[in-house]
Ligand binder design. Sequence first.
Ligand SMILES: [Zn+2]
Length: 274
Amino acid sequence: MIAKVAYMKRMHLTLLLCVSLIVACATSPTGRRQLMIVSEESSISASKEAYVEMLKPYAQKGKIDNDPALKKRVYDITGRLIAQAIKMRPETKNWEWSIKIIDDPKTVNAWAMAGGKMALYTGLVIQIKPTDDELAQVLGHEIAHALAKHSAEKMSVAMASSIGVLAVGVAADSKGLALSGASLAAALAVEKPNSRAAESEADRIGIELAAKAGYDPRAAITLWQKMAKVGGKGPPQFLSTHPSPANREKKLAEYVPEMTPYYEQKGDRPVYKL
Ligand SMILES: [Zn+2]
């Protein structure tokens, strides 16, 4: 254990050295300054590995995409949202977009990694009972996190803090994930809360993606109301990783008039083939 801590410290020093040479900032789609030590490109490649590793235990038990009706529903909604995401950030057409449904009725959660690697837990569907419009808000919000590079930002913040780097090592021990370095940081990032600023940004982008994909923007408000009402053992995991920004419902309600014309637009909506 001592040797391991020493090793982690050494790794940490090396990492800090690398990091200090390439410290960079970026600007988010809504104009917010972001700490960006981990480039989006490296966060995407790290996430690919982390995604496979995180889904593996469920895949081995046949708990991925095992309900054909739910799969069709979720893939259809997500495909419509991704088509809009690509319109918003055209270079993301090269991402290997993916959503997997994890059969875990107790977990009310959904997440997105860099590069559009997403997961939805059946607990969210069973316990929240979202309409299609509300489910589109959840998925649109997740896609927004990926579009706005929030995973790279979270990985950057973790790697910039000495506690964060050591914590990554400790958490790795407890989780038994066969990952290291950036891939491990990518896996752990989905369990770390977003900042409230990132949440506001994902709310704003998510409601727009959903409206443009043909989903009622008013569902963004009812979704969060339903989320807050889910009881059981503490609040849903989704609420701990997506903390409520100030006046969430009020702000979402303010977006509705601007989003309604997108939602009411006639004609076919494009669908990305998943
Ligand atoms: Zn969020």
